[in-house]
Write a protein that binds this ligand. Sequence first.
Ligand SMILES: Cc1ncc(COP(=O)(O)O)c(C=O)c1O
Length: 395
Amino acid sequence: MSTDFERLAQFPGSGCEKYDRRAAIFGREDVLPLWVADMDFPAPDFITRALEQRLSHPAFGYVKPDQRYFDAITHWLESQHHWKPKPDSIVPVAGVVPGMSMAINAFTQVDEPVIIQPPVYFPFFGVVQDNARLLLQNPLVLKAGFYRINFEQLEAQAADASMLLLSNPHNPGGRAWNADELARLISICKRHDVLVVADEIHMDLTYEGVVFTPFAKVAREQGFTNWIMLTAPGKTFNTAGIGGGYAVIEDARLRKAFCKEKQRWHLNDTTVFSQIALIAAYEQGGSWPGELMQFIAQNRDRVEAALKDTPIDVLTAEATYLLWLDCRKLGFSDPATDPQDLGLQNFFIEQAGLGLSQGIIFGEPGRGFMRLNLATPSRIIDQAMTQLHRALSEL
Ligand SMILES: Cc1ncc(COP(=O)(O)O)c(C=O)c1O
């Protein structure tokens, strides 16, 4: 593997959202961007090579995923996560979030409640509300710097809802839900006949010593069939801009209903490039997540060391390249409402010159938190920490 994690492949003018939308998002061009969840270093060269090779064949007509595509997914889930999906259970989708929206349409009615567990990736709110369903929020509980599921409240809410959207590993906060937690969640959903849509897009991105447990693996052990897994190679291999994801739906009745809904959208299953990228990633990328996460761990250690004696607490992440910072002790309002109070986001933008994701966009429990993206060269992390230190010392 020859990826140079110290090479900045996204920069101003490179067409990437992270740099080029700074003015729109933060109101100024000069913040160091540590927000949207993609990586600043190059995608692995085995993917770039496969795409280059395909480009030399100058025909870009329609494509259909072939057997190699399905085999590559099965191989990946089996070799990386020790779980083999049943034959014919893989359904290509345009992306994980579109897949979630399809599931909501296929299996719930307008005004029906759907459970989410904030703070959570903000499109979880969007897919529920944009489809005119009701949000039922079961906030995660923060205990000793670690998020837990509120099972008691979930039990009560599950009686009223027919669907739960699960982020596993969880964005933000970085929990990789363990087998016991998943089993407990499953027993509740089984009792109340709740369909679980498990978004596992961060599944490959665990830190050393942490095991990702596929929801489906525990579900199978528990005899629970009411689930849909959604995932994609885009986070792991930095190919989010190429698009494409897939659902795994083992229950034939659910799969048929999902595919019927999918048909209504008339989207192509894959594109020339999403198919090539997935096959290259899953056939050749076995050692990449480990190497990537080793580098990410070094960046995490840099941030932890830099913020050790400051009022900002860094949550212990088990997975993802996103770090969740508890900034509540800084005492800023969030979002800023009082003209006398700079506000948390403005402190980061104006005083520290940093563009992070504002915690409040992940729901009310994210108020006072900020999400920092570690997938960038170490000098950028060091620069960010120097700027943040300076801003903190001026408070
Ligand atoms: C939890 C989670 N789900 C889904 C996505 C995006 O998936 P897609 O681009 O395939 O819709 C992200 C991107 O950050 C994410 O963090």
